[in-house]
Design a protein around this ligand. Structure first.
Ligand SMILES: C[C@](O)(CO)[C@H](O)COP(=O)(O)OP(=O)(O)OC[C@H]1O[C@@H](n2ccc(N)nc2=O)[C@H](O)[C@@H]1O
Ligand SMILES: Nc1ncnc2c1ncn2[C@@H]1O[C@H](COP(=O)(O)OP(=O)(O)OP(=O)(O)O)[C@@H](O)[C@H]1O
Length: 290
């Protein structure tokens, strides 16, 4: 019997970079939350075949060891000496290289699914620790929900989710390299967002304060290189989103919107000049990842 798992995208409601570390990574402090835009991962056992096979129709998704889901399966296979094979079918809905942690979420879903399929009995925390060796965003994606992420992004403290609202996302047709964005960040010039204010606003379920507290230090780097991202931000604001921010290293821009009619207006306006536009809900804590 196979297993089907949901792999939701994340957005960064607040993203601060504190300093560059001696190991080359940046020390961050972020608030992340999962949204109802998700890939679908199917895990199909391959009895008698000691292989990991990636199946995907998306031409931007590697079907070999570069795939983060492949790396997740390999990690579990090697760590726990599993001799069984598995086919990992990935149906992509999350745009690739978008700042929405699509690959990381596929890896996290693979970890969660294989933990069940191979009866490993690992806790969420143990899965997140393993996931962190694949990429900085994987640990958060193992948890899902809403969390503060520190360290290089792998130290996860779950918090309540914000009150329900719409999230409109627009991704311009460019792919952004996360490594390059961090490399071009000039820390002495950035305006740091108030991450603690965001956490407090979420704990109070204060939607207006959440909207006031959004901020991302990486925005400036990507906006400078890609003026189209700034243009999307402007349009989202103009058509009435309550808060507008770039997610992660970009280039996807998201808008938080409380009311249905305004969501529809922003969505329609963006569809006029941007191919990839989505209107989804925030995923609360009680959602199922299966
Ligand atoms: C921008 C974010 O998506 C925000 O959630 C993450 O910080 C990036 O997470 P990610 O894509 O999983 O990142 P990784 O695959 O671990 O790292 C990619 C590259 O980004 C840079 N990187 C990443 C995370 C971090 N805290 N500091 C960094 O400097 C490093 O150059 C690294 O080689
Ligand atoms: N399962 C996967 N899905 C999509 N891309 C993958 C996957 N595995 C590896 N990749 C590679 O990872 C690169 C980044 O893709 P991804 O969609 O994860 O970026 P991202 O959303 O910017 O991630 P993050 O927000 O974590 O920085 C892609 O160019 C692709 O080659």
């Amino acid at each position: 019997m196979g297993l089907s798992i949901k792999a939701p995208a994340k957005i960064n409601l607040s993203l601060d970079v504190l300093y560059k570390r001696p190991d080359g990574y940046h020390e961050v402090k972020m608030v992340m939350t999962t949204i109802d835009l998700a890939d679908r991962i199917e895990l199909i056992p391959l009895p008698g075949e000691d292989v990991i096979r990636i199946v995907s129709q998306n031409r931007f998704v590697p079907d070999d060891c570069r795939n983060l889901a492949y790396q997740a399966a390999k990690l579990l296979k090697e760590t726990f000496s599993i001799r069984e094979g598995v086919a990992i079918s990935i149906t992509k809905h999350i745009p690739v290289a978008a700042g929405l942690a699509g690959g990381s979420s596929d890896a996290a879903a693979t970890l969660r699914g294989l933990n069940k399929l191979w009866r490993l009995g690992l806790t969420t925390r143990e899965l997140a620790e393993l996931g962190a060796t694949i990429g900085s965003d994987v640990a958060f994606c193992v948890y899902g929900g809403t969390a503060v992420a520190t360290g290089r992004g792998e130290i996860i403290t779950p918090i309540p989710s914000p009150p329900p609202c719409w999230v409109v996302l627009a991704k311009p047709p460019i792919g952004v390299s996360t490594a390059e964005v961090y490399r071009n960040l000039e820390l002495e010039h950035v305006v740091h967002p108030d991450v603690d204010a965001m956490v407090e606003a979420i704990k109070r379920q204060d939607y207006a304060a959440i909207c006031r507290s959004v901020g991302n230090v990486l925005e400036e780097v990507t906006l400078k290189k890609y003026p189209e991202v700034a243009h999307i931000k402007e349009q989202m604001k103009r058509f009435g989103a309550d808060a507008v921010l770039m997610s992660g290293s970009g280039p996807t821009v998201f808008g938080l919107i409380e009311h249905d009619s305004r969501m529809q207006r922003v969505y329609n306006a963006l569809r006029g000049f941007c191919d990839q536009v989505f209107a989804v809900r925030l995923l609360g804590e009680r959602h199922s990842l299966d």
